[in-house]
Design a protein around this ligand. Structure first.
Ligand code: ACM
Length: 778
C-alpha cells in the first residue's frame, strides 16, 4: 500500500478556494466510488486516497477467524480473477496491512449482515459483527477495486471515506426452475456465486415439476427413475441429440448437499420448493396412486398448467411427509417451500371421493380443500422447526393459507391487492410480481431479443417494482420480508439463456432488496451500470445489453433515401455509428438527430458510456430496396393486439438460431401501412413449431383451410378484407426448420399504402406456424 501524494489539508483548502471564487481548479482527480447495490451511507471525504497494488497485504482480525479468513481468501481470489491484481492474505497479524477484515460481535454496525468500510491513512478496514457482514463488506471492497474504467492489473486508488451499510430486507432471492429445464451443478454454483456478489441471499430452488422431478428421494426411487425423464418433444430433441432420447436429469442427494454447502460459503440459503398439489404430474407418473384418477400420465411434455393434481388424502400426506423429511435432511434452511400455485381443480371436482372428503371436512369449495391440504403439509414442517413458504394463489381464490406460511406474492397486478390481503391476514410476504420480476420474460422488443413470454419487464420496470403494497400500514410494511425474481425455465434450455435473462436485471433486484428506499434513484443507478457491466465481463457473465442496445426506426425519405432514428430503451449513453460497414468505436460519430442515408448503405451502431466503455454491442441495419418492402415477423403486431411470446426456432445447419414472435394459438400478424405500389410478388420464411402449450389450447383460433395442408394468406385492410396472396403449405408441413414460400400478389388497382393481415389457416394445435420474415417485390 502507498499513500497518494495528496494531503487532506491541501484538498480542503482547494475546495474552499473553489467555493469562494466559483472558478474551477485543476484539483488532482479523486477516484469515484461506483457501488451496486447503493449502500445505506456512502461518504467519500472528497480528498485523499489509498492505493492498492499487486502484493498488498490483507489481514484478518478478531472473532470467527477461520470463517473470516475464508472470506478474505475468496475476496483475494475474486480480485485476482477479475482485476488481475494479486493481493496476499497474511497468515498472522500483519502490522502494516493495506486491507484489514475486523470481526467483532460488538462492533458498532447495524445488523449481523451489516459492515463498515473506512478508507483513510490507516489503509482500508472492513468492520463487521459476523463473517456474513465481513463477506458483504468484501463484495463492496471488490467493487471499490473495480471502479469505472479500471485497467486489469494496474494499481487502484480507493478514495478516502466511510461506507456504513446493511440490508433493507432479510429475503433477497432468485428462484431457479430446474424442473422444466435443469442446469448443471457447476452452472448452479456459478449462479449462486454471482447472486452473492449482488448481495442476494436466497436461492429458491424449484426442483419438482410436471415436466420433471429432479431430486433424488431414496424412499421413493420411481420419482427419479420415472419422473425425471420426459419424451424429447420439439426442441428438447436438440438437447438430447434425438427425438428417441428422452430428456432426463436429477440431482443426487450428494449434489444437493454440495450445492447447499457451496451456497452457505457465500451466505446464500438454498430454499427448496416441492410444489404441491399442482405441478405434480411427474410425481403422479412415477406413482399413479398419488393422483386422483388412478391412471398413470406421462411426464408432461407441454408447458402451462397441467390438470394432474395430488389427491388430498392420508396416503398422499404420508408420502409428502416422507419426502419433506428427506428434504429437511438435505436442506438446513429455516424455510421450505411447498408451492401451492396453479392447482387446476378439474380432477378434484370430477372425483366423488375428493368431493366427499371436502364435504366431510365441512369445506365449501376445492380452494378451501387446497388450503386444508397445505395446512396439513405446513404443520409437518412447523413440527420440525421449519417455516413453510408458498404462493399466493389460494388467497387469490378467496380461501385461507396456513397461518405460519410465508406468502410469495406473484399476482402483482391490481395494485398488489393480493400481497396486501396476505399481510392483512398476518402472513410475512415476499414480493415477486410477475410483471416486473419474472426474469424469464423477455426484456426488450429488439429484433435479436431472446425468447420468453410476455409481458416484458424492462430493466426500468424491474427497478420500479413496488415492494411495499400501496395502502400497507407501517406494521404491515414490516412484514414484507423481501423481494424475489423468478427464472422459470420453459423457454430457457441453456445456461447462456439464464445469464441473458438474469443480468443485468439482477442489479435492479439487488438494489430493491438491499438499498434503503430513500436511495432509490434510477438515473444514479444508470450511472453506476457501466462499472457493473465491466465487472460482469470480468466475471465471464453473458449478460444482456438489451437495455442499452441501439434500435433502428427506418422510414422513407425523399428521392429513394431513408430517414433513420436511433434510440435505446433506457435513453442512456451515446449511440455512435458508421456508414461504411466498419464496427463503431468510442470515436465514431455520435448520433444526435435523425439521419438521412441513401440506399445501399450499411448502418452500424453501438452504445458507449462517457468513459468509452461499450454499453451495447454493434447492431446493423442494411438500407436497400428491400428495407421498406420487408418485415421480420417480430416487427409485426399480433392480430389480437396482445404482446407476442418469443420462441426459439429449430437450430439451422448454419447461422444463428431464429427467434419468432408468436401469439400462441393464433398464427396471425398485422402490418400497418405496407407500401404496396407496383408489388407483384411476396416471399415468406416460416417455420412450423411443435405445439406444446398445454392450457393455451382452449383459446386456439382455427381458420378455414382452402387446401388439405393449409396456407398462409395475406389480406388487405383487415383479416376478412380482399385476399392479396395465398401461399400453399403442402411442401412445408413435413419440413424441419425454416421453409421459404413464394407467391404472386394479386394487387387491387391503386393499392398504395394498405394495412395488411397475414395468417396461417388450419388449427395451431396441429403445429403452430411462426413467421420469420416476409418481403414484397415488384
Ligand atoms: C408461478 O408463477 N406459477 C408461481
Amino acid at each position: 500500500m502507498s499513500r497518494i501524494a495528496l494531503s487532506g489539508f491541501f484538498c480542503r483548502l482547494a475546495i474552499a478556494w473553489l467555493v469562494a471564487t466559483g472558478v474551477a481548479v485543476a484539483a488532482p482527480a479523486v477516484p469515484q466510488w461506483s457501488l451496486l447495490p447503493q449502500p445505506v451511507k456512502a461518504s467519500p471525504v472528497g480528498s485523499g486516497a489509498v492505493e492498492i497494488a499487486d502484493g498488498a497485504v490483507v489481514s484478518v482480525h478478531g472473532a470467527d477467524r477461520q470463517e473470516v479468513q475464508a472470506v478474505a481468501e475468496r475476496f483475494v481470489q475474486r480480485v485476482a480473477d477479475t482485476n488481475g491484481m494479486h493481493l496476499r492474505v497474511a497468515t498472522a497479524d500483519a502490522a502494516h496491512a493495506a486491507i484489514t477484515f475486523d470481526v467483532n460481535p460488538n462492533a458498532d454496525v447495524v445488523d449481523d449482515a451489516g459492515y463498515r468500510i473506512t478508507v483513510d491513512h490507516g489503509g482500508i478496514v472492513v468492520t463487521a459483527r459476523t463473517p456474513r457482514g465481513a463477506f458483504y463488506g468484501s463484495v463492496t471492497l471488490w467493487q471499490l477495486l473495480t471502479p469505472p474504467g479500471w485497467t486489469r492489473g494496474a494499481p487502484v486508488q480507493v478514495a478516502d471515506g466511510v461506507i456504513d451499510d446493511h440490508p433493507r430486507f432479510a429475503w433477497r432471492a432468485l428462484l431457479l426452475d430446474s424442473g422444466r429445464h435443469f442446469q448443471s451443478v457447476a452452472d448452479i454454483k456459478k449462479l449462486i456465486d454471482w447472486m452473492s456478489l449482488n448481495k442476494l441471499n436466497v436461492l429458491l430452488w424449484h426442483i419438482t415439476e410436471d415436466q420433471g422431478w429432479r431430486l433424488e428421494i431414496p424412499k421413493y426411487p420411481e420419482l427419479t427413475k420415472v419422473g425425471a425423464c420426459r419424451k424429447a418433444v420439439g426442441l428438447d430433441s436438440e438437447l438430447t441429440g434425438s427425438p428417441d432420447q428422452p430428456y432426463c436429469g436429477f440431482y443426487t442427494q450428494t449434489e444437493a448437499r454440495e450445492i447447499v454447502r457451496y451456497a452457505a460459503e457465500r451466505f446464500v440459503d438454498v430454499v427448496p420448493e416441492i410444489d404441491l398439489p399442482g405441478h405434480s404430474q411427474a410425481a403422479i407418473a412415477a406413482y399413479p396412486w398419488l393422483g386422483v384418477t388412478g391412471k398413470r400420465p406421462a411426464v408432461w411434455t407441454d408447458w402451462g398448467v397441467s390438470p394432474w393434481l395430488i389427491k388430498p388424502d392420508e396416503k398422499t400426506l404420508q408420502f409428502v411427509d416422507d419426502v419433506l423429511d428427506e428434504v429437511m435432511q438435505l436442506f438446513p434452511s429455516r424455510y421450505i417451500s411447498i408451492g401451492g400455485d396453479e392447482a387446476d381443480k378439474q380432477q378434484w371436482n370430477a372425483s366423488p371421493e375428493v368431493r366427499a372428503q371436502m364435504h366431510k371436512l365441512g369445506l365449501a369449495n376445492m380452494d378451501q380443500l387446497q388450503g386444508w391440504f397445505m395446512n396439513q403439509v405446513a404443520a409437518h414442517l412447523v413440527e420440525h422447526g421449519r417455516t413453510p413458504v408458498g404462493w399466493d394463489d389460494v388467497l387469490v381464490a378467496g380461501a385461507k393459507l396456513p397461518a405460519s406460511q410465508v406468502v410469495m406474492s406473484w399476482h402483482g397486478d391490481d395494485n398488489e391487492r393480493v400481497a396486501l390481503a396476505a399481510l392483512r391476514q398476518g402472513h410475512d410476504v415476499v414480493m415477486t410480481p410477475q410483471e416486473s420480476l419474472y426474469f424469464d420474460h423477455y426484456q426488450s422488443d429488439l429484433p435479436d431479443e431472446w425468447p420468453g413470454p410476455p409481458p416484458a419487464p424492462t430493466l426500468r420496470q424491474a427497478y420500479d417494482t413496488v415492494v411495499i403494497p400501496d395502502g400497507a400500514s407501517a406494521d404491515e410494511a414490516r412484514r414484507v420480508i423481501g423481494v424475489q425474481a423468478g427464472l422459470w425455465a420453459e423457454q430457457m434450455p441453456t445456461f447462456a439463456h439464464d445469464q441473458h435473462a438474469v443480468f443485468p436485471r439482477i442489479a435492479a433486484l439487488s438494489e430493491l432488496g438491499w438499498s434503503p428506499a430513500t436511495a432509490r434513484d434510477w438515473n444514479d443507478f444508470l450511472q453506476r451500470m457501466p462499472a457493473e457491466l465491466a465487472r460482469y465481463r470480468a466475471l465471464g457473465i453473458d449478460y444482456a445489453d438489451s437495455a442499452f442496445a441501439p434500435a433502428f426506426h427506418v422510414t422513407a425519405a425523399d428521392h429513394g433515401a431513408f430517414r433513420i432514428e436511433l434510440s435505446n430503451q433506457v435513453s442512456f449513453g451515446t449511440i455512435r455509428y458508421t456508414t461504411d460497414g466498419s464496427l463503431p468505436t468510442s470515436q465514431s460519430d455520435a448520433y444526435a438527430k435523425p439521419l438521412t442515408l441513401s440506399a445501399n448503405t450499411t448502418l452500424r451502431a453501438a452504445t458507449f458510456a462517457a468513459n468509452g466503455f461499450e454499453l451495447a454491442a454493434p447492431r446493423t441495419q442494411v438500407l436497400d430496396e428491400n428495407t421498406l418492402l420487408g418485415r421480420d415477423g417480430s416487427a409485426l403486431a399480433t392480430c389480437s393486439r396482445q404482446p407476442a411470446t418469443r420462441l426459439d426456432g429449430s437450430r439451422p445447419p448454419q447461422g444463428p438460431r431464429p427467434i419468432y414472435s408468436v401469439d400462441i394459438g393464433n398464427a396471425c400478424w398485422l402490418w400497418p401501412k405496407a407500401p404496396l405500389d407496383g408489388i407483384t410478388h411476396v416471399a415468406m420464411t416460416v417455420e412450423r413449431m411443435t405445439w406444446r402449450f398445454g392450457d393455451e389450447a382452449k383459446d386456439a383460433v382455427v381458420r378455414r383451410k382452402a387446401s388439405a395442408a393449409g396456407e398462409f394468406e395475406i389480406h388487405a385492410d383487415s383479416c376478412t378484407g380482399p385476399l392479396l396472396a395465398s401461399l400453399p403449405l403442402d411442401n412445408a408441413v413435413q419440413a424441419r426448420g425454416q421453409v421459404r414460400l413464394d407467391g404472386k400478389v394479386a394487387m387491387p388497382v391503386g393499392a398504395g399504402v394498405r394495412d395488411l393481415c397475414v395468417f396461417a389457416t388450419g388449427d395451431p394445435r396441429d403445429g403452430q406456424w411462426a413467421l420469420a420474415r416476409m418481403v414484397f417485390s415488384k
